[in-house]
Design a protein around this ligand. Sequence first.
Ligand SMILES: C[S@@+](CC[C@H](N)C(=O)[O-])C[C@H]1O[C@@H](n2cnc3c(N)ncnc32)[C@H](O)[C@@H]1O
Length: 258
Amino acid sequence: MGSASTLNLDEILNNIHNEKIIKDELGNDVILKDNIDREEGMLLERLISVNGLSRSIEVGCAYGISSLYICGAVTKHHGHHTIVDPFQTTDWNNIGITQLRNAGFENFTLLEERSEIALPKLVEQGAKFDFAFIDGWHTFDHTLLDMYYMNRLLCVGGIMVIDDVGMTGVEKAVNYFLNYPSYKFLDGIKVSEVTKERQFFMNFIISPLRIAAKLLPKKISEEIFSDKVSGSGISGYSMVALKKIKEDERPWNWYHNF
Ligand SMILES: C[S@@+](CC[C@H](N)C(=O)[O-])C[C@H]1O[C@@H](n2cnc3c(N)ncnc32)[C@H](O)[C@@H]1O
């Protein structure tokens, strides 16, 4: 087992981002991949700190980088962090949890269940949170399911952050949610590197379609074009934060094109 670090959290995170290597519970070096980056972590930290949030929940721990930022921020408000990851022991050899323990955190609970099972159980128990981070299984249906249950778990005034919104399935789920009257876009991190292919796609396909979409009446444009084309989407972001501004009171037959 690794021992608690003598470094403070900023130093620990600095080392992690600079070296891109962390130690597992046996002390072996593990190369980081698919973790949130420094800018994204600082957004999580800032949203929690500025809004004084203390009851956080996260889907997808892996190396524990997002967990470190969230635990660090909620600790300032004597808060507690709930982590949902079914594979932390089996696939990840507890590497995320080891980072948290080594940084001195004890104010977290790990639920080793799939989010589609764990989140409805939390709803049934009446659990409430004011900060939710989603970075688990990135299919459209799974992301939407995570967002659906996070909405049930989130208090009004709470914040839901979704990572990897550059992935089509995740982006579509977020665009659907952005039509909810109870949510508004709050903040986000833009993709730092735009590939040549993407630049070409945006310049020669999406931009002309956007012009066409603007020429049509709004209702017809919404029917024909997705949010990516009509320009109301979150294209170009890697992570977005949505704020729950009121209770979700949509009627049973509510639908909005996305
Ligand atoms: C991209 S990684 C998360 C990276 C992490 N947030 C970080 O910054 O280090 C995705 C994680 O989702 C977890 N995962 C996969 N399927 C899941 C599910 N059904 N429910 C919850 N977590 C899941 C994986 O075990 C993995 O740890």
